[in-house]
Write a protein that binds this ligand. Structure first.
Ligand SMILES: [Zn+2]
Length: 350
């Protein structure tokens, strides 16, 4: 539903050409792009996590467009410098990848090298340690391979049919929403672990199959184009970690582990999931106390000068598989799409 509204909004903006005259007002000083997977499209009809991926062809189109535009593609350190120095002579873009997937090394990295564009990768350290739980992927696998799923909800066993592709999409959306509504990360993990055990899905396999090894991360980290950022240890929605000490440890330990593994101390952080239910004032304060230079959310938006005072709560533009067309991105990067989303508030760091 929400997706449809957003898409319609973007189409309207694009075709009315409204983003041209909105640009001076909403355009801001730059933007940070979020990507997850870059890989060729797969044929399966049931791919509820498809929104986290773009194709290599689309990605190369994006890089070519960035090269052509009068915009600097810069590293996170350079973005930080520009904020501190108030150097906003030219608009800038930072390219960031979350989670450290193998397909980024295989498909995106050669293109980033070809166009000589800097980028950042935020790594949850449990993923290369092969202890990570990619619960949203595991949930997809459970629904994909089952025709009926039983779940204990409020102490009552309930069953859901998921035979057809359509039922699978609907059930995934419902279960995903149900999990995201849970109060603690522990409840989410326990529920998905139980589903995996019941329906014969090996949760550990996703980490192994999808995520880079430490050797692969080190290969990219050695490239001056690449900045490695922290993304916690276990990739929890930090606001759903009740203990402040535990939330702090997630952020601090991931930095220490990355420093030990790669020989360089990460200075930038991304909050896992990163929406307002996953990262809020407590997390922004802890990130500042830990001395990170910048920390990014997934709250949608472009950057304004005023974000200098909110470097622990920077918005990003998701390069989203559901909007895999260059014209959408053009509108998003003009700031017009997200300004509508944010009700024309410039800084959303509450
Ligand atoms: Zn992530």
């Amino acid at each position: 539903m929400k997706k449809t509204i957003i898409r319609t909004g973007l189409e309207t903006l694009y075709f009315s050409g409204m983003h041209h005259w909105l640009r001076p007002f909403v355009g801001g000083v730059g933007a940070i792009l979020t990507l997850h997977h870059v890989r060729p499209p797969r044929p399966e009809a049931f791919q509820p996590n498809r929104l986290l991926e773009v194709s290599p062809v689309f990605f190369e189109g994006l890089l070519r467009r960035l090269k052509r535009r009068r915009v600097d593609v810069i590293s996170l350190d350079e973005m930080h410098r520009r904020f501190i120095d108030g150097d906003f002579k030219r608009r800038f873009v930072c390219i960031t990848f979350d989670d450290g997937y193998k397909d980024v090394l295989r498909w995106a990295y050669p293109l980033l090298k070809k166009y000589e564009l800097p980028f950042a990768m935020y790594i949850p350290t449990s993923f290369p340690d092969r202890l990570g739980e990619l619960w949203w992927v595991a949930l997809e696998a459970v629904v994909a391979k089952s025709s009926r799923i039983g779940l204990l909800i409020n102490g009552k066993q309930q069953f859901f049919e998921c035979r057809s592709v359509r039922e699978k999409w609907e059930l995934y959306e419902a279960l995903y929403g149900y999990l995201r509504s849970m109060k603690t990360e522990d409840e989410v993990r326990k529920t998905v672990r139980d589903l995996c055990a019941t329906y014969g899905v090996d949760m550990a396999s996703f980490c192994r199959d999808l995520c880079m090894t430490w050797e692969e991360i080190a290969e990219m980290a050695a490239d001056p184009l690449c900045t490695i950022g922290a993304h916690t240890v276990n990739h929890p929605m930090l606001m759903k970690v009740p203990s402040e000490d535990a939330a702090r440890a997630e952020m601090e330990m991931s930095r220490s582990v990355l420093e030990a593994a790669l020989g360089k101390r990460p200075e930038h952080l991304a909050y896992p999931v990163g929406d307002p239910t996953s990262a809020g004032q407590r997390e922004f304060r802890i990130a500042a106390e830990l001395g990170f230079k910048t920390a990014v959310t997934t709250r949608p938006g472009v950057l304004f000068k005023a974000h200098r005072d909110h470097l622990m709560a920077l918005p990003r533009i998701s390069v989203n598989g559901e909007f895999q067309q260059q014209r959408y991105l053009k509108v998003l990067m003009s700031g017009a799409g997200t300004a509508m989303w944010n009700g024309f508030r410039r800084v959303n760091a509450a």
